[in-house]
Design a protein around this ligand. Structure first.
Ligand SMILES: [Zn+2]
Length: 475
């Protein structure tokens, strides 16, 4: 276990996020908009009322907790936690993150000593809908890798979002959010994506405003025509709906990257693919360009967006050596990036870890930062009252190799491997079967849930339980 020495002192998690604090290195104030339209709900998190309300609705019986993940090394940047803690879950929410919680008050205890425990990862660049030919249904690649929230980046536009929601978002176990493409029909190939006629800020912004629970901003990508039309209309749509724009950009003689990040993008807008070969991040001597630092100071966000073509060690290593680390880590997950470059979150995080970022910074940029970038301070955190989205990793030590988008190899000695993923308190991925009962004790044939209860039988306790029934704690 790679254990960052001398983490900050544990303090009671009284706040999810100090919203007034500067967010990233760019030192810009956080946009103060909340997606579910409810400042109260965020405030409820910050003062713990959400948790108490939940307890009121579903009174605890004998057991205070449904589950305790015991003895893992917890890194929860939102609460500045970095050390051995137990994580207790009740009613699908985080109930407590403290040392030595009373295990006899839990229905189930899973020992995760020696493992790393983090908030469920937030991957703000995936492709999860059929407009883009490389799209993948997100559950299969996200949940086995500790990712509990994915953000589709522009696969759908305002004309196609309804179908995306009906066919993918509503059917996924992983939380699926989205940046809406400025192209009304979404990512349907060059002919459609280069048609400026279908890039309309107003209907795009209206659609984002209509679905605030799912749509976190606007997106442009793959624009191969001259000029700024795609970028400007995407940012205009973002301005109209009060959300960030995510920009995938190809510089051309008449439109420079420098102009994009210094003059066109707003504080809080996100450039994805920062370590791509086509982005002039470094000068001829391999130094990080002054305009990169300047844009960062102005609040432009720089995201990884690994993909099959956009993460090059030849860019990332010198930049990170000079301190230009990414604000957020994302995969650009699709059919091709999942294979040779292994762009899912744990390998991408492992690459950055082996380049030299600390484990703590890597976790921060895969949880708290992306959640803040999309204005969702309720995600990427283990604050009591937050939904119990949790990831458990093994930090393997050994001789490993990693591949980038240029098909170049980097050796490394540390590798993150996801052991377990919980979504709203339910174990949805469990590499070693830690949550489940030994088969010799499993009784007659029946499917057992993570608490060892037979799913064929009525639940032993709950609001509708027969009189006298109780929720049984561990012996
Ligand atoms: Zn992409």
């Amino acid at each position: 276990m790679h254990s960052p020495a001398n983490g900050p002192q544990w303090r009671l998690p009284t706040q999810v996020i100090a919203l007034q604090e500067p967010l990233l290195q760019g030192n810009f104030p956080l946009p103060k908009t909340f997606p579910s339209g409810s400042l109260e709900s965020v405030q409820a998190y910050t003062d713990g009322k959400a948790n108490r309300a939940e307890e009121g609705a579903l009174p605890m019986l004998e057991c205070e907790y449904d589950l305790i993940l015991q003895g893992g090394h917890v890194i929860d940047p939102a609460n500045e936690v970095d050390g051995v803690r137990d994580v207790a879950i009740a009613g699908g929410k985080i109930a407590a993150v403290e040392p030595d919680l009373p295990v006899d008050r839990a229905r189930k205890v899973i020992n995760v000593a020696g493992s790393l425990v983090t908030p469920g990862l937030v991957d703000i660049h995936v492709h999860a809908y059929g407009g883009y030919s490389g799209w993948l249904f997100p559950d299969e690649h996200a949940l086995p890798n500790g990712t509990t929230t994915v953000v589709d980046t522009g696969s759908a536009g305002w004309r196609t979002f309804k179908e995306f929601k009906a066919t993918i978002i509503n059917r996924s176990r992983v939380r699926v959010l989205a940046f809406l493409n400025i192209v009304g029909r979404g990512m349907l190939g060059p002919e459609v994506e280069n048609n400026t006629e279908d890039m309309e800020p107003e209907p795009t912004a209206r659609c984002v405003a209509q679905y605030p629970e799912w749509l976190v901003g606007t997106k442009t990508a793959h624009f191969q025509q001259p000029g700024w039309t795609a970028v400007d209309r995407t940012i205009e749509a973002g301005r109209l709906c009060g959300k960030p724009a995510m920009i995938d950009f190809a510089p051309r003689p008449e439109r420079s990257y420098e102009e994009l990040i210094l003059k066109r993008m707003r504080p809080g807008d996100i450039h994805t693919h920062v370590y791509a070969a086509h982005i002039p991040l470094l000068d001829d001597q391999g130094r990080v360009q002054e305009f990169m630092w300047e844009a960062r100071r102005c609040g432009v966000i720089f995201d990884v967006g690994h993909g099959t073509g956009s993460f090059w060690f030849r860019r990332a290593v010198p930049a990170i050596d000079q301190g230009f680390i990414p604000d957020s880590i994302s995969t650009d997950m699709h059919k091709y990036s999942i294979l040779i470059p292994q762009a899912t979150m744990p390998p991408t995080m492992s690459k950055l870890l082996n380049i030299g970022m600390s484990l703590r910074e890597v976790v921060r940029r895969a949880t708290l930062h992306p959640a803040l970038e999309i204005n969702r301070p309720d995600l990427g955190t283990l604050s009591p009252g937050a939904g119990a989205d949790v990831a458990v990793f093994q930090v393997e030590e050994g001789e490993f190799g990693f591949v980038d988008s240029g098909r170049a190899r980097m050796r490394g000695t540390q590798r993150l491997r996801c052991l377990m993923t919980l979504r709203d308190g339910e174990v949805v991925w469990d590499l070693n079967g830690l949550a489940w009962q030994d088969w010799r004790d499993a009784g007659e044939y029946g499917v057992l849930n993570q608490y060892g209860e037979d799913l064929r039988k009525p639940r032993p306790a709950g609001p509708e339980a027969p009189a006298g029934a109780t929720k049984s704690c561990r012996p």
